[in-house]
Design a protein around this ligand. Structure first.
Ligand SMILES: Cc1cc2nc3c(=O)[nH]c(=O)nc-3n(C[C@H](O)[C@H](O)[C@H](O)COP(=O)(O)OP(=O)(O)OC[C@H]3O[C@@H](n4cnc5c(N)ncnc54)[C@H](O)[C@@H]3O)c2cc1C
Length: 430
């Protein structure tokens, strides 16, 4: 492998996808550098709080005892937020001792990943913003330019995240429409470990992952999330960019509205807000994934390649970004050993993606985006559910039957046939 000024592979972006690419390539013996524009690893990355563990179990030996895990998700909760009331269903995972997801701070987790990749031989350089991608006279990628310096390589892997500024500027990708992306907002609230355990019914090390729907995020066709960390709780929402834009709402006001809802307030009272952030999130998964994540001498990984999946209940971006880095390393290894870095040869990467859990999940959840664009999901059905529970449990002299309560709740909101068709659509989409 080459040394000195020229690298085998330059990776743009030190997020989950970029560091993963660096790790897997370094393990295969490539001379690889990961360039991250943030002054430190993890400073520019944002997520809700849950990571699925399969990819780490499979490929990062010893990670469970080393990685900065906050809590293992033992409970899953689904909550409908009515204007003031709320309705929750909790799934307590008592039957299985095998944990499959955990909560973490992405900044800490990425630092751990970066150290892990470095000990396999990858060079990780924070504080370096890549300004341009360099092409040869035939249009093949041959390196990058950063802060006036030229760095050459046999391959460039771009993992710049969902906001594909560099790829767009270089003509390698077109700008997604506001209908294809959402915006996510998150707050981190400090509470003591004991208070978190008490309020959420947890033991030390056990966590809860909660999905929220209803007021106030319903106005913006979105959903909310809540995750417990060891001594913090993260809450936030992911809403359609188009609706936030049309409502001329400051996204941070949405976080405030969510935090002050009676249900959330009860869980977080006396907590201290220590951090808030906002970031774009891929929404129209199949459209964002449908692009061409390869070309002469380059590959695209992670959110930039549309590998994030929205299942309707949860967002899975980190584990799939890491998996895409692994697949990119396989494609590069093959291209290198065949001595062919052409677009045609590197299209092998897309075939690997399509056959992987990423491609399969994109297919499986391809209807979720249009389902989530249905206004009735966010408005009429939320109101109907709230009204139904209010009818059932606001008992006066005479208890209503379930049928009476349902008929009263649906009156003036939605017809039975429409409801049946929507139900079929939900069944097909999730
Ligand atoms: C509100 C919200 C909640 C989420 N919740 C979850 C969750 O609970 N679980 C989950 O798995 N996923 C979640 N996600 C998705 C997850 O954050 C992403 O899928 C994941 O971070 C993608 O990794 P990535 O490496 O592709 O991109 P990113 O994490 O965005 O990393 C891209 C990196 O590239 C760097 N970069 C960009 N341009 C340049 C340049 N020109 N030069 C050098 N560096 C550059 C950036 O600074 C950044 O560090 C959430 C996202 C949001 C917004």
């Amino acid at each position: 492998m080459s040394g000195g000024e020229k690298f085998d592979v330059i990776v743009v972006g030190g997020g989950p996808s970029g560091i993963s690419t660096g790790y897997f390539l370094a393990k295969k013996g490539f001379d690889v550098v990961v360039l991250e524009r943030g002054e430190d690893i993890g400073t520019k990355n944002m997520f809700g709080g849950r990571i699925y563990s399969h990819v780490f179990d499979n490929y990062f030996p010893g990670w469970r005892s080393e990685a900065p895990i906050e809590r293992w998700d033992e409970r899953e909760k689904f909550t409908v937020l009515c204007k003031e009331d709320s309705i929750s269903i909790t799934f307590n995972k008592e039957s299985s001792s095998e944990h499959s997801s955990f909560t973490a701070f992405l900044s800490k987790f990425l630092k751990w990943m970066a150290n892990y990749a470095e000990s396999s031989g990858a060079l990780i350089l924070p504080g370096v913003k890549v300004d341009r991608i360099l092409f040869d006279e035939n249009g093949g990628v041959i390196g990058v330019e950063a802060g006036g310096d030229r760095l050459e390589s046999d391959y460039v892997v771009i993992g710049e995240g969902v906001n594909t500024v560099l790829l767009e500027a270089m003509g390698l990708k077109s700008r997604p429409s506001p209908d294809d992306v959402a915006v996510g907002v998150k707050e981190v609230i400090k509470l003591s470990r004991n208070v978190i355990n008490q309020r959420f019914g947890l033991e030390d090390g056990e966590g809860i992952a909660e999905f929220l729907i209803g007021s106030p995020v319903n106005k913006f066709y979105g959903g909310g999330f809540l995750y417990t960390m060891d001594e913090y709780v993260t809450i936030g929402a992911v809403v359609k960019l188009r609706h936030i834009y049309d409502a001329e709402l400051n996204i941070m006001d949405l976080a405030e509205l969510l935090r002050t809802h009676k249900y959330i307030y009860g869980l977080l009272r006396e907590g201290t807000l220590v951090e808030y952030s906002a970031h774009l999130v891929g929404e129209n998964v199949s459209k964002l994934y449908s692009g061409k994540p390869y070309g002469d001498g380059y590959l695209i990984v992670g959110d930039a390649a549309g590998t994030l999946i929205n299942t309707g209940f949860t967002i899975r971006g980190v584990d799939y970004a890491v998996e895409s880095g692994r697949l990119a390393s396989i494609a590069i290894e093959k291209s290198h050993s065949d001595g062919d870095r052409s677009e045609k040869h590197l299209s092998y990467y897309k075939r690997l993606l399509d056959a992987s859990i990423i491609g399969r999940s994109v297919k499986k959840f391809s209807r979720v985006s249009s389902l989530l664009s249905n206004p009735r999901i966010h408005h009429q059905y939320v109101d109907l559910t709230c009204e139904l529970f209010s009818q059932i449990y606001s008992v006066g002299e005479e208890s209503p039957s379930l049928r009476e309560a349902f008929n009263m709740a649906k009156r003036g909101r939605v017809g039975l046939l429409r409801m049946l068709l929507d139900l079929i659509n939900v069944w097909r989409s999730l």
